[in-house]
Design a protein around this ligand. Structure first.
Ligand code: FAD
Length: 494
């Protein structure tokens, strides 16, 4: 008889693990708090517009290809488009816009006036960043670490000449190659994805500049990011996987070193041979498994990524001034970056990211309209618990954007939805509203991140952004591979 697996959470991590386990003959059931699958990779429809709620692009597309191939889904079912330019960056001070191209000659032309030796220096910078990426991808990122010692051993195989990069900041590293403040600011934006600022993110993460510009670039999905979720859910249904929505797991019962069952808020008990938790691997350990190491005090001391403040707009009229992916920055980067993680006051001159999928996808907005997603990174609820000023912040952002692209955006809004960190927390159990989960400082990666196997219970595993290797769509796909390998290995041995 086939073994049964219960997956708690239908985010990308849960869905990919479910489908991988189906390949090994597991009988899989999924229980999810939200009313539909996807987790942060979700969607809603309103007033004729279709909005992706979170991710709008990804790197390392080959991780999706590997996953689809392994699970027998033709990759042609997921049409991907490479981004070029990968994004545009708008500075407030002189209304300057830079288009960030993967073609380094074209990129050098963008920076000609401010960084005359850009081409030569960027090649050196990216060459080093590429070495770090290739020296760690298989040794650290795509590997299970059952013990601290196994992690230490793997770390010891990474060439020692990278060691200084652990101790200097990304900002300092960029300063060794580039003189212009604007170039340094642009290359350091990736630090915010990791949940930190370039001033305290270790320089090893310059590898992300390599992934965006040289290695595989950024990709988006034709027809919207939610296609990824829909495609995997369809495949899971073909395998007979049962989904139960609107159901939150809140407790458990154990027998010795095994979880006997989980309990949902309606009192129902859920049992299986193998349980995989796709809810946040740190906060679930604290809130549901009641582990002292993850009590509220300890969770609050951990480093978390910034929270999202997101605005979903349907706008009358076309806006050629906007690219697909755009960053709008102010002119006080250092002060803004040092304050943004810990302030309790909403920024009056916010920095934000704008995605306009309707530029190429006619299905997400009615004819003659634009679909605009705005993401403003804000402090999580530990620092700013009160979001009653959300309307004012959204108006600030919309007016700033309107001014900078030269249209009366406010007057042309047909539909508007705002999610503060409160909504992100309530909908998907994101701890204190943190958008990407646990941050990626050197003390919260590898074997130092909450593991993908429970410390006590032999049949409980974890997948997703706050376990190994970390956050972001392709990394979560890798997480599903790592946890599946671990489950299969453990169960072969039984
Ligand atoms: C605004 C935003 C923008 C982003 N943009 C990008 C991007 O452009 N590119 C990129 O690569 N990444 C991006 N990310 C990060 C990316 O979305 C995440 O890393 C990834 O989706 C995490 O997937 P997951 O499966 O780990 O978790 P989740 O998507 O959070 O899934 C976990 C699921 O578990 C459910 N759940 C939680 N607790 C319980 C419980 N107790 N019982 C039952 N169900 C439960 C939740 O409802 C959720 O559906 C973005 C994230 C946000 C918030």
């Amino acid at each position: 008889m086939s073994k049964k697996a219960l997956i708690i959470g239908a985010g990308l991590g849960g869905l990919c693990t479910a489908l991988r386990l189906c390949q090994y003959g597991y009988d899989v059931e999924i229980v999810e708090k939200h009313h539909q699958a996807g987790g942060r990779l979700n969607q809603f429809k309103k007033d004729g517009f279709t909005f992706d709620v979170g991710p709008s692009f990804f790197s390392m597309s080959y991780e999706f290809k590997e996953f689809f191939e392994t699970c027998g889904i033709p990759i042609s079912k997921l049409p991907l488009t490479p981004l070029d330019p990968v994004y545009s960056v708008h500075f407030a001070k002189d209304s300057k816009r830079y288009d960030i191209h993967r073609d380094l000659d074209k990129l050098a032309a963008e920076f000609k006036a401010i960084e005359p030796e850009f081409l030569e220096n960027v090649k050196k910078y990216l060459k080093n960043a590429g070495k770090i990426f290739h020296d760690t991808e298989h040794k650290i990122i795509k590997k299970n670490f059952p013990t601290l010692a196994s992690y230490a051993l793997s770390m010891a195989t990474v060439p020692w000449h990278h060691a200084p990069l652990m101790f200097r900041s990304m900002w300092t590293e960029l300063g060794k190659y580039f003189k212009s403040e604007d170039v340094k600011v642009i290359f350091s934006l990736v630090a915010f994805f990791l949940g930190s600022t370039p001033f305290n993110t270790p320089a090893v993460y310059s590898l992300l500049n390599y992934t965006e510009l040289i290695h595989d670039g950024y990709w988006q999905v034709e027809g919207g990011m939610y296609k990824i979720t829909e495609l995997i859910v369809d495949e899971l249904k073909k395998h007979g996987v049962k989904f139960t929505y609107n159901t939150e797991i809140i407790g458990f019962e154990a027998k010795g070193n095994n979880v006997k069952n989980f309990t949902s808020s309606d009192g129902k008990k859920w049992s299986a041979d193998v349980m995989v938790c796709n809810a946040d691997a740190a906060s679930f350990r604290g809130m549901v498994m009641e582990k002292p190491k993850y009590n509220t005090q300890k969770l609050n001391k951990m480093k978390w990524t910034l929270a999202p403040f997101t605005i979903y707009l349907g706008v009358q009229g076309k806006i050629p001034q906007l690219n697909h992916h755009n960053y709008f920055l102010g002119d006080n980067f250092k002060d803004y970056a040092s304050d943004i993680f810990t302030t309790s006051i909403s920024p009056d001159k916010p920095y934000y990211y704008v995605n306009m999928p309707s530029k190429s996808d006619p299905t997400c907005a009615p004819a003659g309209c634009e679909n605009i997603f705005i993401l403003c990174p804000v402090p999580d609820k530990r620092f700013k618990p009160d979001w009653s000023d959300s309307e004012q912040l959204s108006l600030n952002i919309i007016n700033d954007l309107g001014q900078r692209i030269g249209i009366d955006l406010q007057a042309n809004i047909l539909t508007k939805t705002v999610w503060t960190p409160d909504e992100w927390e309530q909908k998907f159990n994101l701890y204190q509203g943190s958008g990407l989960g646990l941050a990626h400082g050197l003390d919260q990666i590898g074997a130092l991140r909450p593991a993908n196997k429970d410390e006590k219970y032999n049949n409980l595993y974890y997948v997703g952004a706050s376990t190994t290797p970390g956050t972001g769509l392709p990394i979560v796909v890798i997480s599903s591979n790592l946890v599946t390998q671990r489950i299969i290995k453990d169960n072969e041995a039984v």
